[in-house]
Write a protein that binds this ligand. Structure first.
Ligand SMILES: C[S@@+](CC[C@H](N)C(=O)[O-])C[C@H]1O[C@@H](n2cnc3c(N)ncnc32)[C@H](O)[C@@H]1O
Length: 377
């Protein structure tokens, strides 16, 4: 028996260790039980922090870094707090309206302060790319979009769909570079759409060029009469629970020789992952697909290339957001969060600190971003 075969056997019969998908029913159920305990521990820590537990950021980071190193390397199954994280959901995206309420339709003045809002780079709620030498958040976001342009092979004249377009940052930047590109943006967030509608009236914005069309609506129901040369979707698939259905939909929007670029948070473990704290307070039904999930789903679209972007990039981005969030307290504390501001602030600090630390764990080699280039099968 080779060393690999014996490790596969250990994973199969032993709870907790290794790949969930090959476990015997007893080992699977025991691992699920342990995952609930891990989740309960994280929730207890998170809620104690929200209630006012004083813990220095450095200690917070040390706790998460140490525990996540063990989970990533030896027991990734414990990072799936609920059964639904391991399976495809019925709907393409679950809890969409709740997600808008809890997250994307929060006071925009707070989100815009945190994410940054510049003349061409509008608030962008996805990682910047720092490994190309960027020294500021704005620059890191430009470098990230430059990489998307390159990898998706955008050329002047393309008709492009941005599936989950945020505040229109990516369309605005790309329209500024290509005078004949046309963009359609889809977004369910009313507040973010209001931001873009204002920009569509602002002559200094490329969204006002007549080359940008906005659809406010749910990706579950999205339909378009035209077909696109290119489709990009950045930071949206952590809200998509059904890759098979989503790819079927995207394929129906794509020209026969078109290309799709999906950029997602990913995890290089055998299983998908999530967090009870972010599910409850930040991203209802949010999940991080494992790095092989997209290429494994190849019915209507197939992956022809993929890239792993090291998690240090998101660590730096989240660190910049946390600094900006902390620095903006005086301006944002009077806004309406439908809860006491002190509580809101601690929920968000926990979220930004936790995710920022997890991305840097194991030098960013386990939790980072995946970019996938897809075409029709
Ligand atoms: C993490 S943000 C990324 C935004 C943008 N792509 C960027 O990089 O800045 C996810 C976006 O997906 C949108 N979104 C989430 N669920 C959606 C749904 N069910 N239908 C349409 N848009 C959705 C959110 O409103 C938000 O704009």
């Amino acid at each position: 028996m080779t060393l690999t075969t014996s490790f596969t056997n250990i994973q199969k019969y032993m709870p907790v260790i290794g790949d969930m998908s090959i476990k015997t029913p007893i080992a699977y159920r025991s691992t699920r039980l342990m995952a609930s305990l891990v989740n309960a521990t994280q929730m207890t820590l998170g809620e104690a922090y929200v209630q006012g537990l004083e813990i220095p950021d450095s200690l917070f980071r040390a706790i998460f870094k140490t525990s996540m190193t063990l989970f990533f390397q030896y027991c990734p199954g414990l990072l799936a707090p609920y059964d639904w994280v391991l399976e495809e959901s019925d709907k393409l995206a679950e809890s969409s309206r709740e997600l808008m309420r809890v997250q994307y339709d929060l006071p925009q003045a707070m989100l815009n302060q945190m994410l940054g809002d510049w003349s061409v780079i509008y608030p962008k709620y996805s990682t910047g790319f720092w490994q190309g030498g960027a020294t500021t958040l704005e620059e890191a976001q430009m470098h990230m979009i430059d990489q998307v342009i390159d990898r998706l092979g955008i050329t002047d004249g393309d008709n492009i769909l941005d599936f989950g377009c945020g505040w229109g940052c990516v369309p605005n930047y790309i329209l500024s570079k290509f005078p004949n590109v046309r963009f359609t943006g889809l977004n369910l967030s009313h507040q973010q759409c209001e931001y873009m509608r204002q920009k569509m009236e602002d002559p200094t914005s490329y969204l006002s060029s007549g080359r940008f069309t906005l659809y406010e609506g749910d990706l579950n129901e999205a339909q378009f009469t035209e077909k696109f040369d290119k489709i990009l979707s950045i930071g949206v698939f952590c809200h998509v629970g059904n890759l098979t259905g989503a790819f079927q939909k995207l394929a129906s929007f794509l020209k026969h020789d078109g290309k799709v670029l999906i950029h997602i948070i990913t995890v290089k473990t055998p299983n998908n992952m999530s967090s009870g704290f972010t599910h409850k307070y930040i991203f209802p039904h949010g999940r991080y697909w494992n790095y092989d999930a997209v290429p494994s789903c190849n019915r209507d679209l197939k992956t022809i290339d993929r890239w792993y972007m090291n998690g240090i990039n998101y660590h730096k981005t989240l660190t910049a957001w946390l600094e900006r969030f902390d620095a903006a307290q005086d301006q944002v504390k009077t806004l309406d969060y439908a809860m006491d501001y002190g509580k809101f602030r601690r929920i968000w600090r926990f979220y930004l600190l936790m995710l920022g630390t997890i991305f840097a764990t194991c030098d960013g080699e386990y939790n980072g971003n995946g970019q996938y280039l897809l075409t029709h099968t």
